[in-house]
Write a protein that binds this ligand. Structure first.
Ligand SMILES: *[C@@H]1O[C@H](CO)[C@@H](O)[C@H](O)[C@H]1NC(C)=O
Ligand SMILES: *[C@@H]1O[C@H](CO)[C@@H](O)[C@H](O)[C@H]1NC(C)=O
Ligand SMILES: *[C@@H]1O[C@H](CO)[C@@H](O)[C@H](O)[C@H]1NC(C)=O
Ligand SMILES: *[C@@H]1O[C@H](CO)[C@@H](O)[C@H](O)[C@H]1NC(C)=O
Ligand SMILES: *[C@@H]1O[C@H](CO)[C@@H](O)[C@H](O)[C@H]1NC(C)=O
Ligand SMILES: *[C@@H]1O[C@H](CO)[C@@H](O)[C@H](O)[C@H]1NC(C)=O
Ligand SMILES: *[C@@H]1O[C@H](CO)[C@@H](O)[C@H](O)[C@H]1NC(C)=O
Length: 505
């Protein structure tokens, strides 16, 4: 009797633990001019009960902050390293210096469980430059892990973009891999299978809507149900494009002979600015939907149960390339200063997201153009070359402002970017500071914060002195692979988009 009770208790405990262990992760990118101290970010993750993070690189300060935190970590290797990793010795050294050193098996170490080998290497933009090196790089990485005695707990995989598979009719069951990359993908699948490593793919319902140009059924991007679901011949219904997309991938895997391979969603998310579909209320709707979907653990028609999923992303990253779209700098569920953008209940306990602790905002001072200034052309081009002006673009939060107010938005962004340094709100006498908040409507004029990195400001900006200044902060950092993934040119989820729109139209 007592034993039975204990057993029941244990089973309950295991079930409870099980649901904790699962959960979802977040992508923590760092293509930002102003970063928060990693140890404070880790505190925030812990307070939010976030148990997994996915990094695009292997920054030492970030990894040290994650040591002993109880958080599972995926680290990344940049695409630029793939060709070097074709040499097994390079992979061995990489694992020794970048994995073993962090004692992944010790409770005090960094609990590294996954290694991303490259990032979306089969994007069509890369032409074929990475197709033949990715498989061997993956294989060498996993072999190096196995040789180091880490292969049972650390798996190497390749985060792939959604356009590696398609389907030739609206049904996910007809999913197949892109024929032009069949061989290199098969190489990868063989390596993954042999090592019991997961297949990782990035899925973006937002991009389906974005590329759909008004033809993609809006409700299908969310999780609230649709009036006319996508139907398979056998009657299976799909009410959201996440399910359909994931099952298309699962069908492609099955078609290639790996129907049982674990599938992980490496990135999924919704941006909050830079596009008419990118705003806080739609992002909140999307996240609310996907979190409750994931917490239910029901899965898709083909992949029932839990699918490990990483939200994209933790923070806005102001130095990402906007080539894919003006929304690229706005993927965070947090602003760069560590404040959450919206209420999000991660665990079904009605708790809101917790802010990053210890962030010091700068004083309540803004920069605006003087009323007598009438021509903003040179000013705008100087400033917007240096800071993120995407909120001013079509369909964005500050697009409704008049030209003078837009110029003020821009000079303020610069002033805060320069951490309100003396002389950074002057612009040859065209701008001045104010203590009256110039924000209007959906357009927020931000205030800077004390960040980890001291940037090298150019104290006396002069718009007329030409563009090539030393403070070229806009240059995308090549240190993170995600800087190099212009999704716009790739048509992620395109197969699904075509099919779904054909079906719905
Ligand atoms: C560790 O990782 C970094 C970033 O990927 C890389 O530049 C460095 O070469 C790696 N160390 C070794 C010994 O390979
Ligand atoms: C790492 O995380 C996994 C999954 O949560 C867990 O099973 C394992 O015990 C952790 N390892 C360490 C050393 O904490
Ligand atoms: C990749 O390998 C295939 C088969 O060996 C070859 O036909 C192709 O030209 C290679 N592509 C590149 C870009 O090297
Ligand atoms: C997949 O797993 C099921 C159940 O474990 C098994 O019956 C089936 O043979 C497996 N299929 C493949 C292709 O490994
Ligand atoms: C968000 O975007 C949707 C679609 O463009 C729009 O209908 C809605 O009004 C927007 N909400 C806000 C608060 O701007
Ligand atoms: C959730 O929290 C809010 C305040 O944060 C409260 O107004 C609301 O009643 C709570 N809902 C439930 C179901 O507890
Ligand atoms: C505004 O300034 C730009 C560049 O300084 C100049 O090319 C343009 O002609 C000016 N526009 C007007 C209306 O004066």
């Amino acid at each position: 009797m007592g034993k039975l009770l204990v057993n029941i208790f244990l089973v309950t405990l295991l079930v409870a633990l099980g649901s904790n262990v699962e959960g979802f992760g977040v992508n923590w990118g760092d293509i930002s001019s102003h970063k928060l101290p990693p140890k404070d970010v880790v505190k925030m993750l812990q307070e939010n009960g976030i148990k997994k993070v996915k990094l695009f690189n292997n920054d030492d300060t970030v990894l040290k902050a994650l040591a002993g935190s109880g958080i599972e970590v995926m680290i990344g290797t940049p695409n630029s390293l793939l060709k070097d990793l074709v040499n097994p010795d390079v992979a061995k050294k990489w694992v020794k210096e970048n994995v073993t050193r962090y004692e992944p098996k010790s409770p005090k170490g960094v609990n590294i469980t996954l290694i991303g080998v490259g990032n979306e290497p089969f994007l069509r933009d890369y032409k074929d430059t990475l197709t033949n090196v990715t498989g061997p790089a993956l294989e060498n990485m996993q072999n190096a892990l196995n040789d180091a005695g880490l292969g049972d707990t650390i798996k190497a995989t390749v985060p792939l973009n959604g356009d590696v598979y398609l389907s030739w009719n609206p049904a996910p069951s007809s999913g197949y891999f892109r024929p032009d990359i069949a061989d290199p993908l098969n190489y990868i699948l063989k390596v993954l299978n042999k090592n019991k490593a997961p297949f990782m793919v990035n899925i973006y319902p937002f991009l389906s809507l974005f590329y759909g140009n008004g033809n993609f059924p809006f409700d299908y991007a969310f999780f609230d149900g649709v009036s006319n679901p996508l139907k398979e011949k056998d009657g299976t219904e799909y009410t959201n494009c996440f399910d359909a997309n994931l099952d298309t991938c699962a069908a492609a895997l099955a078609g290639a002979g790996y129907g049982n391979m674990t599938l992980i969603v490496g990135e999924i998310g919704w941006p909050t600015d830079g596009n008419p579909y990118a705003n806080v209320s739609l992002a909140q709707k999307f996240y609310k939907g996907i979190i409750s979907y994931l917490n239910k653990g029901k899965g898709t028609p083909r992949r029932t149960g839990y699918t490990e999923t990483y939200l994209f992303a933790l923070f806005d990253e102001n130095q990402k390339s906007t080539l894919p779209g003006n929304f690229e700098t706005h993927w965070g569920i947090y602003y760069e200063d560590g404040t959450p953008k919206f209420h999000l209940d991660l665990h079904g306990n009605n708790k809101s997201l917790v802010s990053v602790p210890n962030v010091e905002k700068l004083s309540k001072k803004w920069c605006v153009v003087k009323p007598e200034v009438k021509n903003f052309t040179a000013l705008m081009s100087y400033v917007c070359d240096r800071v993120d002006c995407t909120p001013l673009t079509d369909g964005s939060s500050c697009n409704g402002l008049n030209e003078a107010a837009k110029a003020s938005y821009a000079v303020n962004a610069y002033f805060q970017f320069q951490q309100q340094k003396d002389g950074s709100c002057d612009f040859e006498g065209k701008a001045t500071t104010t203590t009256k908040d110039p924000s209007q409507g959906t357009c927020t004029f931000n205030i800077g914060f004390n960040s980890l990195n001291s940037i090298s400001p150019s104290p006396s900006p002069s718009p007329s002195s030409g563009g090539s200044s030393s403070s070229d902060a806009k240059a995308p950092s090549l240190s993170s692979a995600s800087a190099l993934s212009p999704k716009s040119l790739t048509f992620a989820s395109m197969g699904i988009f075509f099919l779904a729109s054909q079906f719905f139209l």
